[in-house]
Design a protein around this ligand. Structure first.
Ligand SMILES: Cc1ncc(COP(=O)(O)O)c(C=O)c1O
Length: 447
C-alpha cells in the first residue's frame, strides 16, 4: 500500500446517514459498514487495516488490477494538462486515439465508437442509435426493442425496459412501450454444474421467430443480449445460440446488439465475446474494463453501415442528436489509453484465457459443500448458487458477503443467494487457489 493509503487506512466517516447508497441494503450496511479505503493490484484495504483479496474486480470492472502505476500516472498528468474539453463540436486528441484503439480491438467492421460514461448510458445510446438508424433508412416503423428475461442492461429507462431482472423493473412503471423479451437461456436441469458454454439451449434463439411472427419484422428495430449474463449470475450463451440469433436478425433486417459491458476487455479471454463466438453484432456496448474502472467511461461500437447511414445531409448539421457533457472526458480517455496498453503489454486477455481451465477447476471443486446447488464458470467468472436459508431468500447470500468481508478477507459480489466471483484478470494461479479456499470457508460458515 502507498504512503497515502496507509495514512488514510483508519479513517472512517462519523456520519453515514446522508449517503443513500445504490443497490444496497442501506440500513444493514450502516449498522455494520464494509468500508474500503485503499487498493493495490489484486487487493483492497479495509478501514480497520485488513488486506482483502478482490474476488469481484470491484464491480466487474477493475480487470487490470487496482491503482496500477501507468494508469494512475496517465490520469494525474491528464488532470494537469487538460482537465475538460467539450465533446460537442470540439475534440481532444485522445478521444480519437481511444476510439481507434477500441475499434481495432473489435472484430469485423465494428469501426466507429460513440462515447458515454457508463454501461447504462452505453445501452440507452445503442437503443437510440438503432431507432434512429432505421429512421434514417426510411424504416421508421421499426420501433420495437427485444431484450431477454434475466438480462441486465443497466438502470436507464431503456435498459430496464429491455432488461429482464424483475426487481429492477417492477416498481418503476411501464417503461418503454413496444418491448418484448426472449426467454432466458438458463435451465437448471440442463445446465447445472456446467463449465463454459452449455450444450443445451441453442434452440431458444428460435423464439425470436415467434416474436417476429407476432409483431412483424417491419416493427422490430433491434435485439439486445449479453453474450454472457453476468449480473443475473453468470449465464453463458449455449453453444450455437448467438449464431442463431445473428441468422434470424439478418433474415429479418433486425439489428443485433451485444451488451459487452461485462464481457468486454478480457473477462472471457478476448477483447470482446463477439470474437470468442465468431459472431459480429451490429453494435457492441462497452464500459467498465475500458478504463479498468478508474474513471467512468462507456460507449457503443457501431458497424460501418450504421455510422454511414447517418453521414448524409448538410455537413455542418448535427447527424445524431445525442451525447453527454462527459462523452470522451479527457481523464477517461487518458485512463483508457493507459489501461488498453496495460492489457496489451501484460497480455492480460491471454492470461484470462490461459487460466480459464484452472479457474473452472478451482471453483467447481466447491461442489459438494453445504447448500451448493449449482456452479457455473466461464472465462474468469463464476457463480455459486446457494440454497436459500429457512429465514428467507437472500439471507444466506447476505451472510456470505458479511462473512467474506469481515472474517475471510475477500470481497465477493452477491446477488440473492448467489455468490459471484470475477476477480481482476491479472490474477495468478495461486490467487485462484486462494479465492477458492476463501470461498469454501465462507460457504461452510453460512451453512
Ligand atoms: C451487461 C451490463 N450492461 C449494463 C450495465 C450497467 O452499467 P453501469 O452500472 O455502468 O451503468 C451493467 C452493469 O453491471 C452490465 O453488466
Amino acid at each position: 500500500m502507498s504512503q497515502a493509503t496507509a495514512t488514510t487506512a483508519h479513517f472512517a466517516p462519523n456520519d453515514l446517514e446522508a449517503y443513500w447508497m445504490p443497490f444496497s441494503g442501506n440500513r444493514a450496511f450502516k449498522k455494520a459498514p464494509r468500508m474500503i479505503v485503499g487498493a493495490k493490484d489484486m487487493h483492497y484495504m479495509s478501514s480497520d487495516g485488513r488486506k482483502l483479496i478482490d474476488g469481484c474486480a470491484g464491480l466487474w470492472c477493475v480487470n487490470a488490477g487496482h491503482s496500477r502505476e501507468p494508469i494512475v500516472a496517465a490520469i494525474q498528468k491528464q488532470a494537469a494538462d487538460l482537465d475538460y474539453s467539450p465533446p460537442f463540436q470540439y475534440g481532444n486528441p485522445k478521444a480519437f486515439q481511444v476510439a481507434t484503439r477500441v475499434a481495432a480491438l473489435a472484430p469485423g467492421d465494428l469501426d466507429h465508437v460513440f462515447f458515454a460514461n457508463s454501461g447504462s448510458e452505453a445501452v440507452d445510446t445503442a437503443l437510440k442509435i438503432a431507432l434512429a438508424f432505421h429512421n434514417a433508412n426510411g424504416a421508421g416503423s421499426r420501433q420495437r426493442l427485444i431484450g431477454r428475461v434475466r438480462g441486465y442492461h443497466g438502470v436507464g429507462f431503456g435498459g430496464i425496459s429491455v432488461g429482464g431482472m424483475v426487481a429492477n423493473r417492477k416498481t418503476f412503471g411501464p417503461g418503454l412501450p413496444g418491448v418484448d423479451h426472449l426467454p432466458t437461456t438458463y435451465n437448471k436441469e440442463q445446465h447445472a454444474f456446467s463449465r463454459g458454454e452449455p450444450e443445451w439451449g441453442a434452440h431458444l434463439a428460435d423464439e425470436l421467430e415467434n416474436i417476429v411472427a407476432l409483431h412483424d419484422a417491419s416493427t422490430i428495430a433491434a435485439v439486445i443480449v449479453e453474450p454472457m449474463s453476468g449480473s443475473a449470475g453468470v449465464l453463458p450463451s449455449p453453444i450455437g445460440y448467438l449464431q442463431k440469433l445473428r441468422q434470424i436478425c439478418d433474415k429479418h433486417g433486425i439489428l443485433l446488439i451485444f451488451d459487452e459491458v461485462i464481457t468486454g476487455f478480457g473477462r472471457l479471454g478476448y477483447a470482446f465475446a463477439a470474437e470468442r463466438y465468431g459472431v459480429i453484432p451490429d453494435m457492441i456496448c462497452f464500459a467498465k474494463g475500458v478504463t479498468s474502472g478508474t474513471v467512468p467511461m462507456g460507449g457503443v461500437i457501431a458497424r460501418k453501415h450504421i455510422y454511414d447511414a447517418f453521414m448524409k445531409g448538410p455537413e455542418h448539421m448535427v447527424e445524431l442528436f445525442h451525447g453527454y457533457t462527459y462523452s470522451a472526458h479527457p481523464l477517461a480517455c487518458a485512463a483508457a489509453l493507459a489501461t488498453l496498453k496495460v492489457y496489451e503489454d501484460e497480455k492480460l486477455f491471454e492470461n484470462a484465457l490461459r487460466l480459464e481451465g484452472a479457474f473452472g477447476d478451482a471453483i467447481h471443486g466447491l461442489k459438494g459443500l453445504p447448500n451448493v446447488v449449482d456452479i457455473r464458470t466461464i472465462g474468469i467468472a463464476a457463480a455459486i448458487d446457494l440454497a436459500p436459508s429457512a429465514d428467507g431468500a437472500g439471507k444466506r447470500g447476505y451472510a456470505a458477503m458479511e462473512e467474506a468481508f469481515h472474517r475471510q478477507d475477500i470481497l465477493v459480489r452477491v446477488s440473492g443467494d448467489t455468490i459471484v466471483l470475477c476477480p481482476p484478470i491479472m490474477i495468478t494461479k495461486d490467487q485462484i487457489g486462494e479465492i477458492a479456499d476463501k470461498a469454501a470457508r465462507v460457504i461452510r460458515a453460512v451453512a
